[in-house]
Design a protein around this ligand. Structure first.
Ligand SMILES: *[C@@H]1O[C@H](CO)[C@@H](O)[C@H](O)[C@H]1NC(C)=O
Ligand SMILES: *[C@@H]1O[C@H](CO)[C@@H](O)[C@H](O)[C@H]1NC(C)=O
Ligand SMILES: *[C@@H]1O[C@H](CO)[C@@H](O)[C@H](O)[C@H]1NC(C)=O
Ligand SMILES: *[C@@H]1O[C@H](CO)[C@@H](O)[C@H](O)[C@H]1NC(C)=O
Length: 454
């Protein structure tokens, strides 16, 4: 709830400069329309990346609007470079090519990745391309200090089941553990876990997520266990227990923006300062050294029709409505959707001209815009209606578009068109570096590294 307000407040700020007032909203009782069928985590409708990770099948146009999610892969990710990270505006769903999708500006430092948050930006979000459907997920990381600064390590499903570790920058001896079912706020779910200084020490945080128990541990010590059997909700007629395929999200975001709701600012320990000793080289940072995933077997009631992807077969959004299929997971363009994954309006516009291509008017990347404008994140209505707990990530991603806009000096973030624009954002730069295309992006990364004197 606090974070829902946070995103609404953030959205209000961001939308003051660049608004696409036409972007459709989505939430309980108001699914997306047919022409922009995919509902993002942030309660906005679109195509392309809106239909990939984070797409909510329950609020999308049909259950097939969201692209099925890549299945779990047991792996130990050493985050020593950006080789395995792709900017969200480049990723079309091919999880075999990259394991992490980023919004914002991750930076390589000493065999680890920094999630950075520079002045007047809203930080960085790293999301796994693969989903996990029960498993043990661990990360070794530090968190950022500072009032109003929040670091998060979260599991999040398409239907907004959520498992959280959250770190408030003024509570460095605490990790907040939390979970949600289908985005429904429950104020009693949060518990504080005690830990030694999370900013100065690398700790290993794990979530051991089984069909019957959910355990948070730190440095190998079990700190909290929730039993599914204790979560029965007679009103919703289901266990309010995370039970659907979820992606890993690591983020750093500014909950303490003065424009946010007072409750959010208070939760985050006060307003953020942009001249804090916790900032180095111009930004706050959290350092992620490693993420490991040990996949467990799908639950007994799983509908197994393939092995590559997860999709939902019913609007209940519970574990027994998830099917493992071999359905298409890769989009042909940022205008494709789960219903029409091969759609590419530019495919026939050969060579010199793209004038036949439709104008990019639809939203294609959540938190950004296909129309050359930032998406309007006037999501207060949809978010409050959904009581979505998902706004931690929402704040990050939505805000990062503003960071991008600020960095480029305009709101233009032309997506999907061929050659007529192109973001020159921090997020884009590392992808270019990764591809080795053009020196500019690489130069940016190198320059940033050069400045690091932590
Ligand atoms: C959000 O949109 C609604 C409906 O279009 C409008 O009434 C409201 O003023 C907007 N709020 C903000 C903060 O822009
Ligand atoms: C957790 O710690 C915060 C910060 O000290 C405090 O405000 C909150 O009440 C605590 N929550 C619980 C459930 O103990
Ligand atoms: C999965 O769904 C079935 C049917 O609703 C339910 O009985 C079971 O408890 C669920 N499992 C979990 C882990 O929630
Ligand atoms: C039970 O589910 C209903 C409907 O989703 C929700 O409003 C309510 O808050 C839930 N109860 C608890 C204790 O979480």
């Amino acid at each position: 709830m606090m974070r829902s307000l946070a995103i609404a407040a953030l959205a209000a700020v961001l939308s003051s400069s660049l608004v696409n007032a036409d972007a459709a909203k989505c939430g309980p009782g108001s699914p997306c329309p047919a022409d922009s069928p995919c509902c993002s985590l942030y309660g906005q409708c679109g195509v392309g990346a809106y239909c990939l990770g984070g797409c909510d099948p329950l609020f999308s146009h049909t259950l097939d609007s969201c692209v099925p999610g890549p299945t779990c892969q047991s792996q130990d990710y050493k985050l020593k470079s950006l080789d395995d990270v792709m900017a969200i505006d480049k990723y079309l769903g091919d999880a075999s090519s990259v394991n992490w999708v980023a919004t914002g500006t991750p930076v390589v430092y000493n065999d680890a990745l920094l999630l950075t948050m520079a002045q007047d930006t809203v930080g960085t979000l790293l999301e796994s391309s693969h989903y996990v459907w029960y498993g043990k997920i661990c990360t070794k990381m530090t968190t950022s200090g500072g009032a109003g600064v929040v670091t998060a390590f979260i599991m999040m499903s398409g239907v907004r089941d959520e498992i959280d570790f959250e770190f408030i920058g003024v509570e460095l001896q605490k990790a907040q553990s939390n979970y949600y079912s289908q985005g429904v706020t429950n104020y009693h779910n949060m518990e504080n876990l005690t830990v030694s200084n999370t900013n100065e020490n690398v700790h290993e945080y794990c979530v051991d997520w089984k069909p019957d128990t959910l355990t948070w541990s730190i440095d190998g010590n079990d700190m909290r266990t929730v039993k599914r059997s204790d979560t029965w909700n007679a009103t919703s007629n289901r266990f309010d227990y995370p039970q659907t395929p979820s992606r890993i999200m690591l983020s750093l975001w500014p909950a303490g923006l003065p424009t946010n709701d007072q409750g959010t600012i208070d939760w985050a320990g006060g307003e953020i300062s942009w001249s804090s000793p916790f900032m180095q080289n111009g930004y706050y940072y959290a350092m992620v050294e490693e993420v490991s995933v040990d996949c467990y077997d799908p639950p007994p009631m799983a509908q197994i029709k393939g092995k590559n992807s997860y999709k939902y077969t019913d609007a209940a959004g519970t574990n027994n409505t998830v099917q493992i299929s071999d359905d298409e997971m890769i989009l042909a363009s940022f205008y494709a959707t789960g219903e029409n994954p091969k759609y590419d309006p530019n495919a026939k516009a050969s060579g010199k001209s793209s004038s036949n291509a439709p104008k990019p008017t639809q939203e294609t990347v959540p938190g950004m815009s296909g129309g050359g404008n930032r998406g309007n994140d006037n999501v207060s209505s949809s978010v409050s209606a959904g009581e979505s707990a998902t706004s931690v990530a929402g704040g990050t991603a939505a805000g990062t578009a503003a960071a991008t806009a600020a960095a480029t000096g305009n709101g233009g973030f032309n997506q999907g068109g061929n050659g007529n624009g192109g973001g020159n954002s921090g997020a884009a730069s590392f992808k270019e570096a990764r591809l080795g295309m053009g020196g500019s992006g690489f130069a940016v990364v190198v320059a940033v590294l050069g400045l690091l004197v932590i």
